[in-house]
Design a protein around this ligand. Structure first.
Ligand code: FEO
Length: 181
């Protein structure tokens, strides 16, 4: 059985991943409202990824026979208007918060000599490197374009080609019928 402190911290991480999904859903909505369909799609794919991050912890807790303790999800806290650059900056700022949370979970698992959880969390440590890299690259690309509408237009088309790689059928995922990434 997992230690109660790691159970609570993993449940809090489920909550933070759900909040991440909320942030990306809100960013997608802001982009759709301005007819940036490619950016909107990119953020909505990210929303799916965040739901997968949450469900992967949910499955781990179930597999460990630990309780799932779902709490209210924090609002996205986005203004009604947001530029493309501000949207990508928000995503990086958010990912840095998630990375800090994952690292503190790893420290707790180590403190508790919880080798299984420490190993499970390695997937998230690696994933966060990718998440921050993607967010940073998007900021660099938008900054290079500056205020060029045609530049943004082409970037919108390019990011709109992003494809979802995470599982989306969570009923099958939890039943072990859908492959994990
Ligand atoms: Fe689940 Fe984007 O961190």
């Amino acid at each position: 059985m997992l230690d109660r402190r790691i159970i609570d911290a993993l449940n809090a991480q489920i909550n933070l991943e759900m909040h991440s999904g909320y942030v990306y859903m809100a960013l997608s909505a802001r982009m759709s409202e301005q007819n940036w369909d490619g950016f909107a799609k990119w953020f909505l794919i990210q929303y799916h990824e965040e739901m997968y991050h949450a469900m992967k912890i949910y499955k781990y807790l179930l597999d460990q026979g630990a309780p799932i303790l779902l709490k209210p999800v924090e609002a996205a806290h986005l203004p009604e208007k947001i530029s493309v650059l501000e949207a990508f900056k928000k995503s990086l700022e958010h990912e840095q918060r998630v990375t800090a949370s994952i690292h503190s979970l790893v420290r707790l698992a180590r403190e508790l000599n919880d080798y299984a959880t420490e190993q499970f969390l390695q997937w998230y440590v690696k994933e966060q490197v990718e998440e921050e890299k993607n967010a940073t690259e998007n900021i660099v690309h938008v900054e290079r374009i500056q205020d060029s509408t045609s530049g943004l237009y082409f970037l919108d088309k390019k990011l709109g080609k992003r494809e979802l790689e995470a599982p989306t059928n969570f009923a099958e995922f939890i039943a072990g019928e859908e492959e994990e990434e």
